[in-house]
Design a protein around this ligand. Structure first.
Ligand SMILES: Cc1cc2nc3c(=O)[nH]c(=O)nc-3n(C[C@H](O)[C@H](O)[C@H](O)COP(=O)(O)O)c2cc1C
Length: 183
């Protein structure tokens, strides 16, 4: 059983990273092998909108850009469940999360959902500023998971004020997600 958590902040010791670590801690408590991926540690360009808007992604489930995308995508496809934790930037996904997930959902179409459909996932929006924009960010996560026909285990919002108790909720959600696999 493998669980991978993608986190989208450049800060290894910030709020977003701590939530990804809590999720992996919960997954490990339930017996999963876990891996943390910091998306800013990988060179992942934004989608090039090939040809008339679709490229190999639509036909073959592959992206023609030769960068770190394929490696991270492979980790998600190979995992039994995954967690996506993004800091809220301007009420949206952070830029590295957007770049990765835009290409992920495109390739998912050509791959006919293989490796993502009905895969359990938890989404976390971490709004460490005013807390504004947290709902629109969560909507973007929900849309992504809908486009990949994921099995949404949970969608969780976290602010500076809620961080301590929501960190425990993230841990519990990941533990329950792993415990529920195969049931
Ligand atoms: C460009 C930028 C935009 C941000 N926009 C928001 C926002 O809309 N709402 C909010 O609550 N926090 C916002 N923040 C704060 C982040 O959500 C986050 O808490 C902060 O970057 C520190 O997170 P970290 O410790 O996980 O790196 C923003 C931060 C940055 C750098």
């Amino acid at each position: 059983m493998k669980v991978v958590a993608l986190q989208g902040s450049p800060n290894d010791d910030g709020l977003t990273a701590s939530l990804a670590e809590a999720a992996l801690d919960g997954a490990a408590q339930a017996g999963a092998e876990v891996e943390l991926v910091g998306l800013t540690d990988h060179e992942i360009a934004h989608c090039g909108q090939c040809a008339d808007g679709w490229g190999k992604c639509r036909e073959e489930g592959l992206c023609v850009i030769d960068d770190g995308f394929a490696d991270v995508r492979a980790k998600v496809l190979e995992a039994d469940a995954w967690v996506l934790v993004t800091p809220v930037y301007f009420g949206e996904l952070s830029e590295c999360v957007k770049a990765f997930t835009d290409r992920l959902r495109r390739c998912n179409i050509g791959a006919k959902g293989e490796g993502l459909v009905e895969k359990p996932v938890i989404g976390v929006a971490a709004a460490g500023g005013s807390g504004g924009g947290i709902a629109t960010c969560l909507v973007a996560i929900d849309r992504l998971f809908s486009h990949t026909n994921a099995e949404i285990a949970d969608l969780i919002t976290v602010t500076r004020r809620s961080a301590d108790y929501k960190r425990e909720a993230v841990r519990a959600a990941a533990r329950a997600m792993v415990e529920g696999i195969g049931e």
